[in-house]
Design a protein. Structure first.
Length: 553
């Protein structure tokens, strides 16, 4: 695993800026043409081998004659990477792998489908109407054809006729032959680091002064600053480093349940990042207030188009600099809280920084496996505008990325599990009663009407316990549909009910064929003779958002 660091240059003068823009423009034009050449499905086999596509581009004369050949090679490699990322993102958004798992029950058919998705050349053959030949998988031709036809339909819908395009003239990639790293001594014993990059003139390079001194090696990316103010007339250098690990973790397994009021809650009931919800709420409320004010100003400006008032409002009241600074500051605060919470989960509390003499815990204290819920199922709007804003501002991708990085450093394995009904299922292995009535807001109280369970606790803690139990669940996988999970959970509870010698039948709504025992609703203080009809829907986090909305209403 690698980590990308952004290094800033000092403000560049006009000559260096123009020379750098000229090189970036040449790189972008070549990359744009090569991306177009890779669009036909017959060319997708070149995506599996970058060097083969580079050799083809040279043989076909797709490189400009007056351009540095090594720089054009990097443009070809970057074009391949761009197309590969686009195809992978389309496959991930359409959840094609999950659909394959649900579509084909035969193991060989699933293996053949996944093998076709492992190579871009095979996907190109499928889009052309062909059937890839894989001799290592024992399938007859008819079954291979059926799988290939299904993949053909699915891939066409996932791609939807889209293809990446290079529109912005902003960045370029350089290998070690196209730049040199120089550190020069300055008066007073100070040092300054320069990056001398290739230019359009043969034998001449552009010296870019860096704002500090850093270790630079391997391939780098030069990115121009797009801000228009004069002080921001600089460039950024993106350098990738390999991330060192602390060794394999051997501690007990752990699970977390992501939240909005806090970053996460583990299976021990410890809440990490408790200030996350306060910051997130303040950020969304301020954004809503600012949006309403700006909307009124826009309406006033549109009332008299072309007038002095419109020009004055747009010049003095409808700028975006202050808004961008505030958003950047709030997001930085959320990232800080999230990072500290994730480090506390992986390394243990009190082990955040090494500068204070605090180091990560021993391998026996770091979890060998960390179970997290699958957040890809959370989509769409909530039941209120307030919860929708919180949900949209909630940085799920940031949290998932931090978990991936820190578990790699700590030597832990990440297990993504299906989190459907985890906050509505009783965590007691002898009970397992599933009902929406089990949860009221942030509290969980088992409402089992058949025997005395009375399990009570925090709803997020319950969800984390159930997430941990699903690591080794043979029946519920990450891609199991919601209705299948419902059947599995109800079937397990029915078998426990039968093992107790009760002639009753549990259903999704809590109804039974015989009258259950009289229970008392402790949370509401209301006694009832039967369980109220309940419909189970949504994941644990979705139910949490719904509960928050109900409480606010």
């Amino acid at each position: 695993m690698t980590r990308t660091v952004r290094l800033a240059t000092l403000p560049l003068n006009g000559g260096k800026r123009r020379e750098l823009e000229t090189v970036v423009r040449c790189f972008t034009h070549v990359k744009r043409d090569l991306v177009k050449e890779l669009r036909p499905a017959s060319m997708w086999s070149r995506l599996d081998y970058k060097r083969g596509f580079r050799d083809l581009a040279k043989a076909q004369g797709w490189y400009p004659k007056d351009m540095n050949v090594h720089l054009a090679d990097q443009a070809a490699f970057d074009a391949v990477d761009m197309c590969v990322r686009h195809i992978d993102s389309c496959i991930a958004r359409a959840n094609i792998k999950g659909r394959i798992w649900r579509k084909f029950s035969d193991e060989d058919e699933c293996h053949y489908a996944y093998a076709c998705l492992a190579r871009y050349g095979r996907m190109g053959e499928i889009l052309l109407g062909k059937v890839p030949e894989l001799d290592t998988i024992g399938l007859d031709p008819d079954r291979k054809t059926a799988v290939a036809r299904y993949l053909h339909r699915t891939l066409r819908k996932a791609m939807a006729g889209t293809w990446p395009s290079v529109e912005m003239i902003r960045s370029m990639v350089l290998d070690e032959t196209l730049y040199t790293n120089v550190i020069v001594g300055q008066p007073g014993g100070k040092k300054r680091q320069y990056i001398r990059v290739v230019s359009t003139t043969k034998g001449k390079r552009i010296a870019l002064p860096l704002a500090g001194i850093s270790r630079i090696l391997g391939n780098i990316r030069i990115v121009l600053d797009e801000r228009s103010n004069r002080s921001a007339n600089r460039a950024f250098i993106h350098v990738s480093y390999d991330i060192n690990t602390l060794g394999d973790a051997t501690g007990p397994d752990k699970a977390i349940d992501w939240g909005v009021t806090e970053v996460c809650t583990d299976n021990h009931g410890v809440k990490h990042g408790t200030g996350y919800g306060t910051t997130l709420t303040a950020m969304t409320e301020q954004r809503t207030k600012t949006g309403k004010s700006r909307g009124k100003l826009h309406a006033l400006a549109r009332a008299k188009p072309g007038s002095k008032r419109e020009k004055r409002i747009k010049r003095n009241n409808l700028g975006t600099k202050k808004l961008q600074r505030r958003t950047k500051k709030d997001r930085a605060t959320l990232r800080t809280i999230s990072g500290a919470a994730v480090k506390g989960v992986v390394y243990g509390s009190g082990n955040r920084t090494r500068a204070r003499g605090k180091v990560a815990r021993s391998p026996e204290q770091r979890p060998r496996r960390l179970a997290v819920e699958d957040l890809s199922r959370l989509s769409g709007k909530s039941y209120s505008k307030k919860m929708s804003r919180l949900h949209s501002t909630w940085m799920r991708a940031e949290n998932e990325e931090r978990i991936t990085v820190h578990t790699h450093v700590g030597g832990s394995e990440v297990e993504t599990v299906n989190a459907v009904y985890t906050s509505q299922t009783c965590p007691d292995p002898a009970c397992g009663y599933v009902s929406r009535d089990n949860r009221r807001g942030d509290r969980f109280h088992c409402r089992n009407p058949y025997w005395d369970c009375n399990w009570q606790g925090d709803a997020d803690h319950v969800a984390a316990i159930n997430v941990l139990a699903r690591i080794d669940d043979p029946d519920i996988s990450r891609f199991t549909p919601t209705h299948e999970v419902e059947k599995i959970l109800l079937g397990r509870f029915q078998r426990r009910l039968e093992s107790r010698g009760r002639n009753t039948e549990a259903t999704a709504h809590g109804r039974t064929s015989s009258k259950p025992r009289r229970t008392k609703d402790v949370g509401a203080g209301i006694a009832s003779d039967s369980q109220s009809p309940v419909h189970m829907d949504g994941t644990g986090e979705t139910q949490r958002l719904k509960s928050e909305n109900k409480r606010s209403t």
